[in-house]
Design a protein around this ligand. Sequence first.
Ligand SMILES: [Zn+2]
Length: 473
Amino acid sequence: MPNPRRDAIEAAAAWFDAGGMLADLRRRVAFRTESQDRQRAAELARYLTEEIGPSVEQLGFRWSVWENPVAGAPPMLFAERIEDPSLPTMLSYGHGDVVAGYDDQWADGRSPWDVSESAGRWYGRGTADNKGQHTINLAALGQVLTARGQLGFNAKLLLEMGEEVGSPGLRELCQTRAQALRADVLIASDGPRLRSDRPTIFLGTRGALNFDLAVDLRKGAHHSGNWGGLLANPGTMLANAIASMVDAHGRILVDALRPPPIPDSVRRALADIEPGEPAGPAIDADWGEPGLTPAERVFAWNALEVLAFRTGNPERPVNAIPPRASAHLQLRFVAGCDWRAFVPAIRAHLDLRGFTKIEIGQEDAEPMAATRLDPDDPWVGWAAASVEATCSARPAILPNLGGSLPNDCFADVLGLPTIWVPHSYPACSQHAPDEHLLAHLAREGLMIMTGLLWDLGEPGGAPNRDRARARPT
Ligand SMILES: [Zn+2]
């Protein structure tokens, strides 16, 4: 029986085995696109005009560089291949910028800017985050195009160069260019799978709000023998304030910082999900919201974490009542929570308990919002069936990632169903020295994406177009 889908996937694997993927990735990693380094502005632009633009042109895309509406922020690349406006349209996204290379900290004399292979790992800055991931997806587009002669759908690509500095201008561009970015679905790749051996689809992200709590009571420290019992201690005060917000088992005590009840569809999706990594830390059974499974605690609930706490001189304590104390906290939150309500609620909570001297400080940057496509959405069942057909195993479906991505630009601003298919894994050393992509996982990722894009181009293959079209843009 002829099976053109299987043939396309096998051709993709053969291209991978012949070194095609490694060659593409090696070329891309060689661009030193460290977006936190202002000296790299020209390199960031070059990645678009000398690498990605010409690559997608070979796939029959028209491309242009979009100036960033935020002054001094890097440009983005927009590309599209429109085969027929009546066909479904996919928007894809990636980022070509990376974090700092930390060139002298890589093991065995490796360079972050030259992909090196060792024991099935491809080392290099951006191999996992995100050059490896968009290289897989662009290669899958090419494979479908070669096998079918056309995609069978319309494809658009938005590639930014500022993700590692908070995606400046991305939201504004999605607002002002909504017409150009119009699509039926977002299919993109970033972040890790649940575990390396489990193909994964995630549908959104948790949001994150970072804030400081600070108490500053007086100018200097005072001898604890002479003044202890007479002067209020800011460290004690701050510890108690935090304890009123989150208990000794990590349970959030402020109603406004807790999520709405977990939807049934989310619970069902998480029923077969076990978080954690074989070599990772042991999960604490008695931590977090009681009555939830570990998967629900990290993917379907909020977490309030004390990231740093300082009073006195922790390195050299002295017998004195410190004048001030401060802590840095983070709230990770799921869809259904509005971050704008958090700080006023914390203020009201502290005031009501007499902690009026504690000040709340918030970063200037807007927090990342939480997003989540309903696991019951037809696009999710469609994507899961496609991955299962390719891998003969049901993928893990995460309603959202535990971490954060600028997915609200696509889910909220553009109103798209968002399907993320990550090709990395939790121990990839993303953002650290020795970042790497697992070669066998890249190969499987390419096969998964080739199957997914093949299915998208099958006549009648895409679900639910009317609903997606009806969403506001
Ligand atoms: Zn990153």
